[in-house]
Design a binder for this molecule. Structure first.
Ligand code: HEC
Ligand code: HEC
Ligand code: HEC
Ligand code: HEC
Ligand code: HEC
Length: 359
């Protein structure tokens, strides 16, 4: 190989990931960290592979890398514990997630996450640098705890400040230089981090079910406030998003605000309000790899207070019911993705409900 080409090759490989490592299986942590293991297996980190996540599979099935049987570039974030991760993410190596290969089905495993030593910031998407020590796990606790199975390193800054998540979650730039999925990072003035909101303390330990849009969303309710303001001839509903990022992040999602009024026992439904970020190309919605622009973005942004007005006067005794929730997959894309029979993709998830009675 030409010397320059060789250097370029190394750089390109490093761009994609910092090489494959071997990891202790999550199952091996179960006997000693039973509760954490149970929670973890209910999370999307455990189910991040095409075989375990039908929504991921549906999109992957349509992806050009799959159609050309070329590679599984998604592996960098969706199957990072794969024993052949390098091949998975390298053009022309034809390695795909396999049900028979246990390392492929580990998802974002216990040991993977606890071995992230640092995160290298990168344009397309960031890169996790993994510690070479197979049985040394990073933790944020301060006491000198001892385990018979592994060593514990409490001096890792990204574990301390809760920013280890941004290796996979901060952004994903496609080849048209569109940021497909972007999570604003918590400002330094913020007390909250990804970890304090998504992994709150529960029964004395750090919750590992990763509260999010698929499951355990009730644990995040406190970060969104809904209020009602009555004016003379109309009223408005306000949604204050206290999180450091837009209410929903993946471009497949659609949030919906449903409002109804009960007046003298009669229910009147208001028109649903939709919050969505639509990406596309040539003026039409498109898949993440084809999209070149954001066509529309009404998603509630980080720390935003969104006010929705309703042209209806309210009187004493009226009751206003408000529901904020979402579809994980935009109903307009369900059929195209062949997901019409998957409940997870078609059901409406109720996030927060509020009732106001006018006095
Ligand atoms: C043989 C039992 C055993 C096994 C197996 C085990 N651990 Fe531990 N681990 C412990 C003990 C004991 C501690 C220290 C006391 C505590 O936190 O309960 C500990 C602590 C930790 C800590 C730090 C906790 C803190 O509060 O600072 C992390 C992180 C951790 N383990 C991760 C793992 C991971 C990941 C695996 C699987 C790859 C694993 N452990 C497997 C026994 C075990
Ligand atoms: C840079 C890391 C990264 C890469 C590379 C990546 N993803 Fe993801 N993906 C994520 C993260 C983080 C989420 C969770 C985002 C959220 O819930 O908002 C996610 C979520 C998804 C979802 C939503 C799944 C669900 O159950 O709702 C789909 C679909 C998806 N990814 C498809 C893909 C495909 C297909 C590829 C490869 C072509 C890919 N991703 C590559 C990080 C990545
Ligand atoms: C190795 C990459 C990686 C790292 C590191 C990572 N995640 Fe994820 N995360 C993902 C992927 C991929 C998904 C989407 C899986 C899917 O839906 O198929 C996801 C999904 C999620 C979700 C959505 C859950 C749901 O119910 O929809 C939350 C919340 C989340 N991650 C939080 C975190 C937090 C907090 C951290 C840091 C402690 C973190 N992640 C670290 C890759 C990662
Ligand atoms: C102040 C609390 C807070 C902080 C800080 C926070 N989040 Fe969230 N996050 C939320 C809320 C609220 C939601 C929406 C409710 C839900 O998805 O259940 C959410 C949703 C998500 C989702 C699901 C989005 C989707 O489209 O499916 C992911 C993934 C996520 N957050 C990751 C992160 C990461 C990574 C960080 C750190 C960079 C972070 N969050 C910081 C509160 C927070
Ligand atoms: C997406 C990344 C991620 C994954 C996956 C993950 N952890 Fe953690 N873990 C963390 C973070 C972040 C903390 C919180 C650090 C802190 O505040 O101590 C933590 C805390 C812990 C602790 C300290 C316990 C406590 O009570 O606070 C233990 C033990 C632990 N994890 C074990 C595990 C085991 C076992 C698994 C798999 C079943 C696992 N982790 C999967 C990121 C992860």
């Amino acid at each position: 190989m030409h010397f320059f080409a060789f250097i370029l090759f190394i750089v390109l490989t490093l761009e994609a990931n910092d090489t494959a490592h071997s990891f202790v299986k999550s199952k091996e942590c179960q006997s000693c960290h039973t509760e954490i293991y149970e929670e973890f297996t209910s999370s999307m980190h455990f189910k991040s592979t095409p075989q375990k996540d039908p929504i991921h599979k549906a999109v992957w099935d349509k992806h050009p890398q799959n159609k050309k049987l070329d590679r599984y570039g998604c592996g960098k974030c969706h199957t990072p514990a794969a024993n052949d991760l390098d091949d998975m993410v390298t053009k022309g190596k034809h390695s795909f997630p396999d049900m028979q290969n246990e390392t492929h089905q580990e998802g974002i495993s216990c040991a993977y996450c606890h071995r992230i030593q640092s995160v290298k910031l990168n344009k397309k998407s960031n890169i996790n640098i993994i510690s070479k020590e197979n049985k040394k796990y990073f933790s944020a606790s301060k006491e000198g705890k001892i385990s018979p199975f592994h060593t514990i390193d409490t001096k890792n800054e990204i574990m301390q400040n809760g920013t280890l998540c941004i290796g996979c979650h901060s952004h994903k730039m496609n080849k048209h230089k569109l940021n497909v999925c972007s999570t604003d990072l918590p400002g330094t003035q913020d007390r909250e981090s990804c970890v304090s909101c998504h992994m709150p303390k529960k029964d004395g330990h750090t919750f590992h079910g990763f509260a999010g849009s698929h499951s355990n969303s009730e644990m995040l309710k406190e970060y969104v406030d809904i209020s009602l303001t009555k004016n003379k001839d109309d009223f408005s509903v306000s949604i204050k998003n206290h999180s450091s990022h837009a209410l929903l992040l993946h471009p497949l999602r659609v949030a919906v605000l449903k409002v109804s009024i009960t007046h003298n026992g009669k229910v009147q439904k208001m028109k649903n309000e939709i919050f969505v970020r639509v990406i596309g190309h040539n003026g039409k919605p498109a898949m993440p790899w084809k999209a070149s622009v954001t066509l529309k973005d009404t998603m509630i942004k980080a720390n935003e207070k969104r006010i929705v007005e309703y042209n209806v006067g309210l009187t004493k005794g009226d009751k206003v019911d408000v529901v904020l929730g979402w579809f994980l997959v935009n109903p307009k894309a369900v059929k195209k993705l062949g997901l019409q029979n998957e409940e997870v993709a078609t059901k409406f998830i109720e996030f927060k409900k509020e009732s106001f009675t006018l006095s």
